[in-house]
Design a protein around this ligand. Structure first.
Ligand SMILES: [Zn+2]
Length: 153
């Protein structure tokens, strides 16, 4: 991978970066192809800018606030010398979710599954949004119960 790819991998979840480095190695040794990271982490602002210009983008663009790129859990790859479906299958065998299977296919997109991101043991990376939403809901419900109990008492 080139220097730009290496720099972009330094900005995403370390578990994702490790898998992409291994993927690059295997694509080269097993298929003689290459992959480059063309997009990794995106701020909300950069996702919003991309979304605003989505009509000019050949790939699907997620609504700002919903992209795995904003969590450092996704990369977009430029794939050369080997088919995207071959790299997709390889990535899936290594624990990634491949965008080629999305309802709007995005064959260069690879993301870390929430469970794999939690295996890093780091508290910085929390995986999917669902866990956050359900824990917020629990806090909200506990708050309501507390208010009701206080009123009864
Ligand atoms: Zn992507």
């Amino acid at each position: 991978m080139n220097a730009q790819s290496a720099a972009k991998l330094n900005q995403v979840n370390p578990a994702l970066a490790n898998i992409i480095r291994q993927l690059a190695e295997r694509v080269a040794t097993q298929y003689g192809g290459s992959i480059q990271v063309v997009s990794g982490y995106r701020s909300y602002a950069s996702q919003a800018a991309l979304y605003a210009n989505r009509a000019n983008n050949p790939n699907p663009v997620a609504v700002p606030g919903t992209s795995k790129h904003e969590q450092g859990l996704a990369v977009d790859l430029r794939i050369s010398g080997v088919s995207a479906s071959t790299v997709g299958a390889l990535g899936e065998s290594m624990g990634l979710r491949w965008g080629g299977r999305f309802s709007k296919p995005d064959p260069g997109h690879f993301e870390l599954l929430a469970r794999a991101s939690q295996d890093t043991g780091s508290s910085t990376w929390e995986g999917g949004d669902d866990a956050d939403i359900s824990s917020l809901a629990t806090i909200f419900i506990l708050g309501l119960v507390a208010v009701v109990v206080i009123k009864i008492i």
